[in-house]
Design a binder for this molecule. Structure first.
Ligand SMILES: *[C@@H]1O[C@H](CO)[C@@H](O)[C@H](O)[C@H]1NC(C)=O
Length: 274
C-alpha cells in the first residue's frame, strides 16, 4: 500500500519534471515584442519589409511602414537627425539603419527587455550581447564621421523638433568620442548593447546582420539566454557562456535523478515481493 503511494509519487514527479524540461518552448522571453513606441503587440509575418529590414519579414515586431521609415533621415519614428555634425556617410548610416531594423523588428530580444524610465516607451532593451563582427564593422565604417555626443539617447537640444548638438558641445571625430568598438556599441544607446567576443554564427550573440535564407540566427540565441536567465540566480551579465551551458544541464540532471528514484522504487518493490 505504502509502496504504491511511493511509486505513484515517483511517477507524478517524473511527469512534472519532464514537463519542466519540455515547457520552455512556451517561454515568456521568446518570440515577443517589447512595449515601446512603434512595436506590434505580437510578432508575426509581414508580406514586405523595406530594404535592410527585409530579413525579418517572416516574423517581425515591425510593420511595413516602420521598416520604410527606418531608412529615412528624420523619419516620423523618432525625428532623429543622423546628420547632426554634417552628413553621415552612407557606409556608416547603413549600420544605424540596421540597428533600427533590429530594434524595431526583432522578436528575439525578449531576454533583454527591461523597464524604461521614459515617457515614450514602457520597455527598452538592456545589454543585448552583440556579435563582435557586427560591433567592429559598425565602428570601422563610422570612424571617419564626427559627432558631438557619446550617448545619443539623452541630452540633445530638441528645441527645433529634431536633435541638435547641445550648446557648448563640439563635433569631434568618432574615434575620439568612441575610442574602441566597445565604446560605440555600449555607450551610444545607454547600454542597449553589450560588446562581446562571441562570433556571428556561434549561437551566443545577437546578429544585427544576417542572411534570411538560413533562417533567423537570433532565434537560438534568445532560447539559449532565456534558459540561462531561468536557471541562473546571478544577473545575466555575470554569467559566461560556460556557466550558461552548465545551467542548461540542470533540468536534465533533475530528470535523470527522478528516473533513478523511480527505478529504485521498482527495485525495492521487486525485492519486497520476493
Ligand atoms: C507611416 O505612417 C505614418 C503615420 O500614419 C505616416 O505619416 C507615414 O507617411 C507612413 N510612412 C510610409 C512610408 O508609409
Amino acid at each position: 500500500m505504502g509502496l504504491a503511494v511511493e511509486m505513484r509519487a515517483g511517477q507524478v514527479l517524473l511527469v512534472l519534471l519532464g514537463a519542466s524540461v519540455v515547457m520552455p518552448a512556451k517561454d515568456l522571453l521568446l518570440n515577443v515584442c517589447m512595449d515601446a513606441k512603434h512595436h506590434k503587440t505580437k510578432p508575426g509575418p509581414e508580406g514586405m519589409l523595406h530594404g535592410q529590414c527585409a530579413p525579418w519579414k517572416d516574423n517581425a515586431c515591425c510593420t511595413a511602414n516602420t521598416s520604410s521609415e527606418a531608412h529615412k533621415d528624420q523619419s516620423y519614428l523618432y525625428n532623429f537627425n543622423w546628420n547632426h555634425c554634417g552628413v553621415m556617410p552612407p557606409k556608416c548610416k547603413r549600420h544605424f539603419i540596421q540597428d533600427t531594423c533590429l530594434y524595431e523588428c526583432s522578436p528575439n530580444l525578449g531576454p533583454w527587455i527591461d523597464q524604461a524610465d521614459s515617457s515614450w516607451r514602457r520597455e527598452r532593451i538592456l545589454h543585448v550581447p552583440l556579435c563582435k563582427e557586427d560591433c567592429e564593422e559598425w565602428w570601422e565604417d563610422c570612424k571617419d564621421y564626427v559627432t558631438c555626443k557619446e550617448n545619443w539617447h539623452k541630452g540633445w537640444n530638441w528645441a527645433t523638433g529634431t536633435n541638435r548638438c547641445p550648446w557648448g558641445s563640439m563635433c569631434r571625430p568618432f574615434t575620439q568620442v568612441f575610442p574602441r568598438p566597445k565604446d560605440l556599441c555600449e555607450k551610444i544607446w545607454s547600454n542597449s548593447y553589450k560588446y562581446t567576443t562571441e562570433r556571428r554564427g556561434s549561437g551566443r550573440c545577437i546578429q544585427m546582420w544576417f542572411d534570411p535564407t538560413q533562417g533567423n540566427p537570433n532565434v537560438v540565441v534568445a532560447k539559449y539566454y532565456a534558459w540561462k536567465k531561468r536557471f541562473s540566480p546571478a544577473r545575466m551579465e555575470d554569467v559566461t557562456p560556460e556557466t550558461g551551458r552548465a545551467a542548461c544541464a540542470v533540468p536534465w540532471l533533475i530528470l535523470l535523478l527522478a528516473l533513478v528514484l523511480l527505478t529504485a522504487g521498482w527495485g525495492s518493490y521487486g525485492w519486497r515481493s520476493l
